[in-house]
Design a protein around this ligand. Structure first.
Ligand code: HEC
Length: 148
């Protein structure tokens, strides 16, 4: 009788422990798979966001002339006149901005070190205009800051 119980319980125990072991191994594999899947998904997400970013960058052909009235003033009107509406120098409102910029010594060559360009790329003003708008302003100054 005792022997019987022993004979039944030993294989039973063995079987159970092997099963447990398998389950554990299975679990281990699953979690590794989870990590790999996560890394792949994260990689895809990162790659996709990079791609989106590169598509968004707009550039200006520096050979094309940039027109003050139709391209530069709209940038000021949309982004700057909330603050630069007369009392704060330069006055960037339509009709006043060109005189204000040229007589106030804001648009000298080299364009990169003009007060206007230095300001729009400085930390206090960086966020007020897009990269493409900064580039337009830079090219407009390089082309002689004309009232065109
Ligand atoms: C939230 C308000 C605000 C906005 C929007 C703003 N500015 Fe200004 N700006 C200021 C203040 C305040 C000063 C004076 C203090 C300083 O120089 O940062 C100033 C100064 C300047 C100066 C003078 C720099 C100098 O050398 O004296 C220029 C040029 C200028 N801003 C251009 C711009 C342009 C171009 C835009 C739009 C793309 C713009 N600002 C948008 C607040 C603003």
């Amino acid at each position: 009788m005792r022997c019987n119980i022993l004979l039944i319980s030993i294989p039973g125990y063995l079987c159970e422990s092997i099963n447990n072991n398998r389950k554990m191994k299975q679990k281990g594999k699953n979690s590794k798979f989870g990590i790999v899947a996560f890394l792949i998904l994260a990689g895809i997400a990162l790659f996709a966001s990079c791609e989106k970013y590169t598509y968004l960058i707009e550039t200006v052909n520096p050979v094309d002339s940039v027109h003050f009235q139709t391209e530069i003033q709209p940038i000021f009107t949309a982004n700057c006149i909330v603050c630069h509406k007369g009392t704060r120098n330069p006055d960037l409102r339509e009709g006043n901005s060109y005189t204000s910029l040229t007589t106030g010594d804001f648009v000298n060559l080299p364009a990169e070190s003009s007060r206007l360009y230095v300001k729009i790329t400085s930390s206090s003003h960086e966020s007020f205009s897009l990269p493409v708008e900064k580039q337009k302003i830079l090219i407009w100054i390089q082309q002689g800051a004309q009232d065109n």
